[in-house]
Design a binder for this molecule. Structure first.
Ligand code: ATP
Length: 315
């Protein structure tokens, strides 16, 4: 329930400079961000691209050098006290008491904000800790600790959840547990802003995406649209019965084709002319005596989009 029907999170020309010994370091360089209500929004970028700094500014933990920010349509940090009740965030590891159970920790927190005890139990169920909630906190795995941290943010039943690299340091099982939790929250209608530098974390989780590099937006929008945009550059994957070497050799002779490269048992190549040229390539391979088993455009995969958007640069 926002006070405006616009984006839940919005920044405009947001800038953050840190003083350094040699001058200033620009951490966020005129960032325009818009996160619509409901679902998971990925905030993706290499280390040092400004994700944490942006989140800290939104939460009033760092001061912007210039630009504007809004949460639920309200200007922040000025109106933060009015909206903070609707925002849950895991930015740094929360402090839980090691010698009491996860549930007891949550109950203490929920009572401190005047929430009913049932809220703690609902949060435990949402993050999938039921059955382990009576165990002492210090016996939890990293994944369980992280899920308890998310549970703590759910106590106030937030409409917006901001998670800064929530799977950092987790093993694959822990990553899956936390992802499942985030997916379920997004599907239940919570707006989740999820920062990550792990590409694969976001591909099947997000509805929309903002890709940052060096404090600037390189790409943003609904994931479907971003994928469609990047698929039009036309990378094609081909596989023939005769094997990759024969195929690569033949592709090199076809003028329409550029940059054929082996990818597992397939060969990928670029087709600057796009889809209409695909039939010609198929015919040329057939005429050369090759048995084509597969020939299809490669979808705009998130890693492809990311590296194209950021040129793979890491600060
Ligand atoms: P990561 O994926 O590593 O968490 P990030 O995208 O969250 O990276 P930030 O932590 O926001 O990036 O950092 C952006 C830039 O600002 C980096 O160059 C970083 O060194 C710099 N920076 C961050 N905090 C400070 C600070 N307190 N003082 C000076 N520079 C800082």
């Amino acid at each position: 329930m926002g006070t405006s029907s616009g984006p839940v999170v919005e920044t405009s020309d947001l800038r953050k400079e840190y003083p350094t010994r040699r001058g200033t370091r620009v951490a966020v360089a005129g960032l325009d961000l818009a996160v619509e209500a409901g679902g998971v929004h990925g905030f993706l970028g290499p280390n040092g691209s400004g994700k944490t700094t942006t989140i800290r500014m939104l939460l009033g933990l760092a001061r912007a050098t210039s630009g504007t920010m809004r949460l639920f349509g309200e200007p922040v940090p000025e109106r933060l006290p009015h909206v903070v009740g609707r925002v849950g965030a895991v930015v740094e590891s929360p402090k839980f008491s090691p010698n009491i159970s996860g549930r007891r920790n949550l109950l203490l927190l929920s009572r401190s904000i005047g929430a009913p005890d049932t809220r703690a139990d609902a949060a435990i169920e949402t993050v999938g800790l039921t059955g382990r909630d009576g165990d002492r906190y210090k016996t939890y795995s990293l994944g369980m600790k992280q899920r308890l941290a998310i549970a703590a943010t759910l106590l106030k039943d937030p409409a917006l959840l901001i998670l800064d690299e929530p799977t950092n340091g987790l093993d694959p099982a822990g990553i899956r547990e936390v992802r499942d939790t985030i997916r379920a929250l997004g599907e239940a209608g919570t707006t989740v802003l999820l920062s990550s530098h792990i590409l694969d974390e976001l591909g099947d989780l997000c509805h929309s995406l903002t890709i940052l590099e060096l404090g600037k937006v390189m790409e943003h929008g609904p994931l479907d649209q971003i994928r469609a945009r990047h698929a039009s550059g036309q990378t094609v994957s081909a596989r023939v019965a005769e094997g990759v070497e024969a195929l690569q050799g033949q592709l090199e002779k076809i003028e329409l084709v550029t940059n054929p490269r082996v990818e597992g048992d397939s060969v990928h190549f670029d087709l600057p002319g796009g889809d209409p040229e695909l039939a010609k390539v198929s015919r040329a391979l057939h005429d050369a005596g090759l048995t084509v088993l597969e020939l299809h455009p490669v979808k705009g995969e998130i890693s492809h989009i990311y590296f194209k958007a950021t040129k793979g640069e890491v600060q």
